[in-house]
Design a protein around this ligand. Structure first.
Ligand SMILES: [Cu+2]
Length: 218
């Protein structure tokens, strides 16, 4: 008898284990599915709403975009860390349509479409040299980060963001599993309202996050 052979029962258990592991990030209700991440500096649209208002109703006059987001789908704020799309491949710019970049093409774990809406989102003031801090609660790792800025003259208060409106200002290398991926970005020629779009390619699978942060270059 060969003791190295795996019994059918063991094989089933093994298969179930592998399957469970690979499904962890896909099951909306699994506890671990809530472990993902976002850009906390400069804060993303929904993370900013969460910081200012928690899970309560934002004040309409003070923060109209968070107010509208809350009323369209409050989960778009409380599920701030799951704005991702799976299996988009290398040509992800064809998979994620223009005008749906800030919602990861309407994918992710809830309806993030309110995050695409143009309007007077609260901005973080930054200089031409700034730092992006991506918080990876799940420690997925990062194969790379791409940081884009909307081109000068494009007005995200009135226009939906398309890929043609974005200029790549940084592409990083790989980061090992850790809680924060921090990168310095140098730009020139930007002033006033812009959106910083960070694309995070997680390392555990083809899971890309599309993270929009409203900034004021001053
Ligand atoms: Cu995840």
């Amino acid at each position: 008898m060969n003791h190295a052979l795996v019994t059918p029962a063991q094989r089933t258990a093994l298969g179930a284990g592998v399957l469970a592991t690979s499904l962890l990030c896909l099951l909306p209700l699994a506890p671990s599915a809530s472990a993902h991440g976002t850009v906390i500096t400069p804060e993303t649209r929904n993370y900013g709403c969460l910081q200012r208002w928690g899970s309560s109703e934002p004040d309409e006059a003070q923060d109209p975009m968070c107010y509208r987001t809350y009323h369209e789908n409050p989960n778009a704020i409380t599920a701030w860390k799951a704005v991702y799309a799976n299996n988009t491949g290398d040509s992800y710019k064809q998979v994620i349509p223009d005008g749906q970049i800030c919602s990861a093409g309407g994918q992710g774990e809830t309806n993030y479409r309110p995050l695409d809406r143009p309007g007077p989102w609260k901005m973080t003031s930054i200089g031409s040299n700034f730092t992006v801090d991506l918080y990876d609660e799940a420690r997925h790792g990062a194969d790379w980060l791409e940081v884009y800025v909307t081109r000068q003259g494009f007005n995200p208060e009135y226009e939906l963001i398309g890929w043609d409106d974005l200029e790549l200002v940084k592409r990083t290398g790989r980061y090992p599993y850790q809680a924060h991926y921090v990168t310095d970005v140098s730009t020139s020629g930007y002033s006033g309202r812009h959106v910083v779009v960070t694309v995070w390619k997680a390392s555990h699978m083809d899971q890309k996050y599309f993270l929009c942060s409203d900034v004021n270059f001053s």
